[in-house]
Design a protein around this ligand. Sequence first.
Ligand code: GLU
Length: 615
Amino acid sequence: MKRQVLVAGAALLAATGGLLAPSAANAGQRPTSGSGPATTVPTTVHPATKVPVMTGGGGAVSSVDETATQVGIDVLRRGGNAADAAVAAAATLGVTEPFSSGIGGGGFLVYYDAKHRRVQAVDGRETAPRSFTSTTFTDGQGKALDFNTVVNSGLSVGVPGTPALWDTVARRWGTRSFADLMKPAQQVAEQGFVVDATFHQQVADNATRFAKFPATAALYLKGGQPPATGATFRNPDMAKAYGELRAHGVRSLYQGTLGAALLAASQHPRTSDGSTVYPGQLTARDLASYRALLRTPTSTSYRGLDVRGMPVASSGGIAVGESLNLLEAYDRQTHQSISDVDEAQYLHRFSEATATAFADRNRWIGSVPGVPTRELTSQGFANERACALFSPTAAATRPLPFGNPDGSYSCSHPAASQPAARDDHGTTHLTVADKWGNVASYTLTIEQTGGSAITVPGWGFLLNNELTDFNFVPLTAGVPDPNLPGSSKRPRSSMSPTIVTLHGRPVLALGSPGGATIITTVAQVLTEYVDRGMPLVDAIAAARLSSRNGVEQAEPAIYDGPDGAALRSLGHVLSSTPEIGAATGIVIRPDGTFQAAAEPVRRGGGSAQVVRPGG
Ligand code: GLU
């Protein structure tokens, strides 16, 4: 069934073509000395009721968690800007969403700086130890080590990038001190928060591996049981870690007390039964040389909008961009826009586009020199791929071959294909916009839900297992694999924090967790909103399909319904999955007001708020 088109692409352009968010003289930049209030971040947090959509002025925050959203809103209300609110809210997510984020992990942030009218990106991805080589995850005979054994060990732990990213963002764009921004999180860790069903379930799902590490079991499995839903959960050790960061800055993690504790925990993980796990290879030198990197976001023109995303070390910006270009190419090829086709045909096109983009992602993207970002996000390349592979009446056989982004495009039929890469889930997305027009789109993670399952003893935070995002062995023998492990290398990510601009000003920001499904979720929410006329909260709530050039997952509403049947008749091989992603986003309206949106249902529902509700 075709959904009602409320705001098709052209209408969106018209609607957002006017004056956007007001720009104050200093656009929320760091106040000059003497200006700005003395107490600028909240000292106690009273989360509002969790709602998935809110409209109004003064700034907006959307996350999966009401406490984190409240912290962000309180920072904005007290005159902080989007950078301040993003850092303070992310630190709080580290407490309330400790299995998906925190100072032991990494992430990527895309930021619109209203004063300079510029979108920039910060890469806070974890790095591998210097000692890593392309065969670190093999047994010496070229066989991949067992994935789960590596996950639950020190070998999967990369240098955390999250504290460095917060520091970079606070220094570069923020107006409040780093110590102030850590304060609400410290207090939430100290005073506690109410355990919800998701938190309880995440512990229950990971109970076996959490039980393996005594510091993790002591924190999350008191009496051998996950914390009960409705109970208050306190993490005094994590409060101490935030106190340490407030007193000594992020230097403590990269060259100080926290770093020493982290190294000990990853190098020699203590297990409950005395069994050994792979030791980590991180050294003090690895920690000390870590830097969060400023990057130029990817840029893809789509329906007259500019979609700005995360470049390498993430594949997110490129793969979302290529998917969107492919959809435009299909429109031209069929003389029919995805705004005008029925739901099944929309999903078919969407599936073909993301599968094609994944074929190219897996072949070309990784933390290696010379990734052809510009070509992969060019319309010429997408046109060639569409011409060679797309039919509106039949799904192309998986796996689709990868293309050759060489700058010279015709309609050639590429031959080589590769199997799909593995993917995982343990991440969270935060979107913030302020009254000066600054916007932060920030996805952060510790990789799997619960990361490596190793808690740093005495400091209450989990270490990531991000290094398992590398391919353990080449995807295809004889085909160069850009995502093999390497010395100080950043594993390829799928995280896709996105800011959409029109005439240079943000109109929409969004992102999602979900491992490799992040790419398809962001592309789907974006197209449901831009092309299918859905309000953002409905675009987020809509049933999802994640087609990644091998597996093609559909949520039950698609799988069990007429659209699933229609897709199968076109040749799609679907598998049913209960839930894909957990998106958040903010629409920045022409009059400077906001609509913050989050999941109504997935992951227990998200929390969207604005500073001044109404309108
Ligand atoms: N490690 C994954 C990535 O960087 C994210 C994991 C997740 O979203 O659950 O793509």
